[in-house]
Design a protein around this ligand. Structure first.
Ligand code: PLP
Length: 392
């Protein structure tokens, strides 16, 4: 018999859809993978070289739970430079991936009786961990008519004296939306006036196509009530390395480090060293990757808008498109299943990201232009066949 709390733990459907698609591939079906949330690029060679050098030179042991002192220093200098706000090494906790920062922050800050506002549709781990921690998840709907930002009045109506934490994510998974400066300011003001914390998930901050995304650190007055979450998975195509970090008040960092001591002990030293190389070394590979993503974004958005029943606003960031599929007459789940079974295209239902994802699909463009074109053709053909079958 499992502990009761396990009933409150959710998961990420992306991994389930991937497993289903791989099972179909094992039976000989050819599947185009548009469900995956990781860049299809190799980690830049200079980052790999730094890790190999580190392993060959003895960096194969435990490190302090919070991270290696010199690497925390490098990360702090990077954030100070990049976000234009002074950050000390003592504010940084380095973790195996950014996910542990999410998990540890929520466990450290919220419990029974607390409410946590989180974006919906949004990264499914938010709701899962909020519930797991015993707090009440309060979804903040993201609206297509607001380019997948929130309605300020809706947010104001959700905040009350039980609100302990507000989670934001910009650029956003799954919608590709980017919060405006005014939207971020509203969150900052509400957190201040209601004495709430902010968890600002900025893992896609370098993956933008138009203007830069506004960091929560644009509003220094909330720095002492903020955990800023960053990581290397997306920007440097390092998902498998497991490297992320949180920036937070020093006193909270001590508690988050204690959670890390209780859980993973530390992040592998060669991964930390590779992460420092990523931040301080040449950025051309990342820039090249984003130029390619931009071309794919334009291709996908144009292709989706040409399919009857589907419309798609261009994502301003991340590498996901979030098309509206209500014109097909199918639910998100029905269409995602139909595309996998009949077109051999794996995508995610918008509802994998919460109830406000109904009416949408998430399409990752972490695949070649050739495959994206083929996928668009297959989607169009599958929908045409469905319409013909219905009319018969
Ligand atoms: N936050 C968001 C919005 C994400 O989409 C992801 C990964 O998909 C993460 C955090 C966690 O990334 P990682 O643990 O690989 O650093």
């Amino acid at each position: 018999m499992l502990a009761e709390r396990m009933n409150r733990l959710g998961t990420e459907t992306a991994f389930e859809v991937l497993a289903k698609a791989q099972a179909m591939e094992a039976e000989g079906r050819e599947i185009i993978h548009l469900e995956i949330g990781e860049p299809d690029f190799d980690t830049p060679q200079h980052i790999i070289d730094a890790a190999v050098y580190a392993i060959n030179n003895g960096n194969t042991h435990y490190t302090p739970s919070a991270g290696m002192a010199n690497i925390r220093q490098t990360f702090a200098e990077y954030i100070t430079r990049d976000r234009g706000i002074a950050v000390n090494p003592e504010n940084i906790i380095i973790t195996p991936g950014a996910k542990p920062i999410l998990f540890f922050t929520i466990l450290a800050l919220v419990g029974t009786g607390d409410e946590v506002i989180y974006p919906n549709p949004g990264f499914p781990i938010y709701e899962s961990v909020i519930s797991f921690a015993g707090a009440k998840p309060v979804p903040l709907p993201l609206r297509e008519e607001k380019a997948f930002s929130f309605d300020p009045e809706e947010l104001k109506a959700l905040v009350n004296d039980k609100t302990k934490l507000i989670i934001i994510n910009s650029p956003q998974n799954p919608t590709g939306g980017v919060l405006s400066k005014d939207d971020v300011r509203i969150v900052a003001d509400l957190a201040q006036s209601h004495d709430a914390w902010i968890l600002s998930d900025e893992v896609y901050c370098k993956m933008v196509y138009e203007a830069d995304a506004v960091s929560i650190y644009h509003f220094p007055e909330v720095k002492e009530r903020t955990v800023l979450l960053e990581g290397h998975s997306k920007t440097y195509a390092m998902t498998g390395w497991r490297l992320g970090y949180g920036i937070m008040p020093e006193w909270l960092a001590l508690h988050i480090a204690k959670l890390q001591t209780n859980c993973t002990s530390c992040t592998p030293p060669f991964t930390q060293i590779a992460g420092a190389e990523a931040l301080t070394g040449p950025q051309d590979e990342s820039i090249r990757m984003m130029a390619e993503f931009k071309e794919r974004r334009d291709l996908v958005v144009e292709g989706l808008n040409a399919i009857p029943g589907i419309s798609c606003i261009p994502p301003k960031g991340s590498f996901y498109a979030f098309p509206n599929i209500t014109g097909t007459g199918m639910t998100s789940m029905e269409l995602a299943d139909c595309l996998l079974q009949e077109a051999g295209v794996a995508v995610l239902s918008g509802t994998s990201f919460g109830q406000y994802g109904e009416g949408y699909l998430r399409i990752s463009f972490a695949n070649s232009k050739e495959n994206l074109k083929k996928a668009l053709e297959r989607i169009e053909a599958a929908l045409k066949k469905k319409t013909l079958d219905k009319d018969r």
